[in-house]
Design a protein. Structure first.
Length: 256
């Protein structure tokens, strides 16, 4: 365990990652990058480092519980303000990947645009609940696909769950401690994490610059999921608060 990521630091950094996975438009993987624990997270999953996974998992669970109990209520009561806030988070967090892509070339710009369009399609082009399966199998599939958002920056877990039609049922299961649904959903998440951690670990090792180009486009494109529907002065303030929060988190991620 390096001095930069002690177990205590990992716990506190994992809380906003878990929180992000309850919200549309913002990715837990994005915040892992911002907080400088992305590689630690990937390696812990890939190599099944029990202590690190327990600490990160515990912090993420705290974030998920807070998000499902508090943030989602705010989202229902003040959706416009929260969208502005999330937009500030998303746009500013793209800086974490952009600064790692190296010299910006025409090809890299093209890939950013294509990735941007892909994220737009995922957030806007599919109808909520586009998978027609019912029952527990849907929660397993949702957990498996939702695990992508925990590893891949730019893909929002909340948005994926909305598209699969299980966003509210999963939040209700968390709030009501429905252990059967949570167990099935959790099994899908665990299996998905193991599969995708190996894949993304390999890609980052061999093609880090190219991957960061793709992720920059995905993060910017995911902003469509939280784009405000009306102009509001208070919303602009909320956007600036979200942007400032990412800057603060990025600073903290480099220092602890």
């Amino acid at each position: 365990m390096s001095g930069k990521n002690t177990y205590l630091a990992l716990f506190f950094k994992a809380i906003p990652i878990g929180l992000a996975n309850t919200l549309p438009g913002i990715s837990g993987g994005t915040l892992a990058l911002v907080l400088n624990i992305y590689e630690t997270l990937i390696n812990a999953i890939k190599n099944i480092k029990i202590k690190e996974l327990f600490v990160i998992g515990f912090g993420a669970v705290v974030g998920v519980l807070f998000g499902s109990a508090v943030i989602t209520d705010l989202y229902q009561n003040q959706p416009l303000l929260i969208n502005y806030f999330l937009l500030g988070l998303v746009i500013t967090s793209a800086h974490s990947t952009y600064k790692k892509i190296g010299k910006l070339t025409f090809l890299k710009m093209l890939i950013i645009i294509l990735s941007f369009v892909l994220a737009l399609f995922l957030s806007q082009g599919l109808k909520p609940g586009f998978i027609a399966q019912e029952g527990l199998i849907l929660f397993f599939v949702a957990g498996f696909l939702g695990s992508i958002a925990m590893i891949l920056p730019g893909i929002s877990g909340g948005t994926l769950l909305i598209l699969l039609g299980v966003y509210q049922p999963v939040l209700q299961a968390i709030n009501q401690f429905n252990f059967l649904i949570l167990l099935v959903f959790g099994a899908g998440v665990v299996i998905g994490l193991l599969v995708f951690a190996w894949l993304f670990s390999y890609l980052l090792k061999k093609h880090q610059s190219q991957i960061m180009v793709v992720l920059t486009g995905l993060i910017l494109g995911s902003a469509a999921a939280v784009w405000p529907t009306a102009f509001q002065i208070k919303g602009l303030i909320s956007l600036l608060v979200g942007a400032a929060l990412i800057i603060i988190l990025e600073f903290i991620g480099q220092k602890i």
